[in-house]
Write a protein that binds this ligand. Structure first.
Ligand code: PLP
Length: 422
């Protein structure tokens, strides 16, 4: 089935009430009916459905199945936020003494998670320029547990060479994790390009209206083939003491391994669970995601072209522009557009902040992926915690302005920017 159909139907079978809209199962727990069934559920013999909402909920299950279908993956796990989705995906592979190899061009919150919080847990983040594959290769060793990058980097708007990164990871048996938040599965499907795991902040384009915080992790089909017997991932291949010696890579149910362990160990123990109500909001949003991403992309491209011709603009970062160094990668790996995120550089920090203040339709908000257009000065907001060197590495000079192009009329947005640029 095509994306537009999956976005509306995947993962939902009407219940006995035949409700057209997925019901919200706002319940903490579910009745087992018998002591025997309860015991077998706790022993993981009944799957993960209808036990306790921390480890699974019927409304959230529809969101998980729908996103997994749209990503072309095997299964998903919804979480409380995009940050918890990223954190859990790392904790699922790495522990103290290990390292992860990740692109420097990342969302600012991911940079601080990787370089500060993970460091305190004993996990080292080794950063490489997303376009420098030699630098990446040199960072890999036997303790490397994943390679992490974004499918469109935020806010430098780079598109990585998926093939080069994934081939190198595969040569070492290392798991690749891709943050697909900005692209969404409508425009790019990293799992079908060979990546192993996709993570999302569902807080962005999924509803497209900035309604709720949420996240999701999706694993590719047959990931067990990479993990089973792989010494890098002994914790999947050795008996899990907290489940009476269960070996996760031997216990694969319906091809689900990565998110199964994440749910049954990390979610069980640390509980960054999504509210069923938020899952329901995300399900509603997904129905229109393919239509919205088309419009966001068309409008962003028109704005990028306009800005590129403006004398006060030094540089525009948008992979849909033929002049952009990411154009070829954008054509290779994206389908139907390049999303609504673009950035452009003006003279300096002061000029950038003046433009941000002068726009009227654009709101000054620390968010992206909304139907309402957003303008941000990353160096003083989303990336404020980064040092000067980290700002340069992340591709965030002081004069950089980021736009999240919404769904308003394109010409109105261009006129607003034109006026602000002066
Ligand atoms: N990944 C990307 C690319 C983001 O832009 C963000 C938030 O801006 C996140 C992850 C974090 O997501 P959340 O705010 O849902 O925790």
């Amino acid at each position: 089935m095509k994306q537009q159909t999956l976005a509306i139907h995947a993962g939902y079978e009407k219940d006995e009430q035949r409700t057209m809209t997925v019901p919200i199962y706002m319940s903490t727990a579910f009745d087992f009916g018998s002591a025997e069934f309860a015991a077998s559920s706790f022993n993981l013999e009944q799957g993960t459905d209808n036990v306790y909402t921390r480890v699974g909920n019927p409304t959230s299950a529809v969101f998980e199945k729908r996103m997994a279908a749209m990503e072309g993956g095997a299964a998903g796990l919804a979480l409380a936020s995009g940050m918890s989705a990223i954190f859990y995906s790392i904790l699922n592979v790495a522990e103290a003494g290990d390292n992860i190899v990740c692109a420097t061009q990342l969302y600012g919150g991911t940079v601080t998670l990787f370089t500060h919080t993970l460091k305190r847990l004993g996990i080292e983040a080794r950063m490489f320029n997303v376009h420098d594959h030699e630098e990446m290769k040199a960072l890999i060793d036997e303790k490397t547990k994943c390679i992490f990058f974004e499918s469109i980097t935020n806010p430098s708007i780079d598109v990585p060479d998926f093939e080069a990164i994934i081939n190198e990871a595969n040569a070492h048996g290392i798991i690749t994790i891709v943050d697909n938040t900005v692209a969404t599965p409508v425009l790019c499907q990293p799992l079908l390009l060979g990546a192993d795991v996709v993570v999302h902040s569902a807080s962005k384009y999924t509803t497209g209206q900035g309604l709720a915080i949420g996240g999701i992790v999706v694993e590719r089909v047959n990931l067990v083939e990479k993990i089973a017997g792989n010494n890098r991932y002994n914790h999947f291949n050795e008996p899990e003491v907290s489940y009476h010696g269960l070996v996760f890579s031997d216990s694969v149910v319906s091809g689900i391994l990565f998110t199964f362990r994440m749910r049954m160990v990390l979610m069980r123990d640390t509980g960054a669970v999504i509210s069923p109500f938020n899952s329901w909001l995300f399900i509603q949003g997904l129905e229109t995601l393919p239509l919205r991403m088309k419009q966001h992309s068309e409008s962003a491209l028109a704005i990028a072209k306009h800005l590129e011709a403006h004398p006060k603009v030094k540089r525009v970062n948008y992979p849909g522009l033929e002049s952009n160094h990411n154009y070829v990668m954008g054509q290779n790996y994206f389908n139907g557009g390049h999303s609504g995120l673009l950035s452009f550089e003006v003279e300096d920090r002061e000029a950038a902040q003046k433009i941000v203040d002068a726009t009227e339709i654009f709101s000054i908000v620390a968010n992206i992926g909304d139907s309402k257009s957003i303008i941000t000065h990353p160096a003083s907001t989303t990336h404020q915690q980064l040092s000067e060197q980290e700002l340069i590495d992340a591709g965030v000079p002081g004069g950089l302005i980021r736009l999240s192009v919404g769904l308003e009329d394109t010409q109105d947005l261009i006129a607003d920017l034109e006026k602000a640029l002066g």
